[in-house]
Design a protein around this ligand. Structure first.
Ligand code: FES
Length: 112
């Protein structure tokens, strides 16, 4: 079942190669733009709860600002350790709003 809610205005989404923190219904989200596509991941790193939305992008992954674990922007899977993952949420655009599906954990991205 889907649960689409507003995440941010499109104008507030990160620029190419950047990440920001956003919030939807009290859930903290790491919103990133890489190769023109927006990706939304759970903001809290499973290592020690570092804020991924304060990290940076390298090679299609967002790096945690605390100890540099790298999570793939499409799958949420960390390069090392291999079992570390964060949820990745579907996004869609509606007019000038970025919407997020908080119920689904399936990888997705939007371009614009
Ligand atoms: S808290 Fe994210 S790598 Fe340590």
């Amino acid at each position: 079942m889907s649960h689409w809610v507003p995440l941010c205005r499109l104008r507030d989404a990160p620029a190419e190669g950047e990440v920001v923190e956003a919030e939807a219904e009290g859930r903290s989200i790491c919103l990133a733009r890489h190769n023109g596509a927006l990706s939304a991941l759970d903001n809290w790193c499973p290592h020690r709860q570092g804020p991924l939305g304060q990290g940076w992008i390298e090679g299609g992954a967002v790096l945690c600002p605390w100890h540099a674990w790298a999570f793939d922007l499409q799958t949420g899977v960390a390069a090392l350790p291999e079992r570390a993952t964060v949820d990745v949420f579907p996004l869609r655009l509606e007019a000038e709003d970025v919407l997020i599906d908080l119920q689904s954990g399936e990888p997705a991205e939007v371009t614009r």
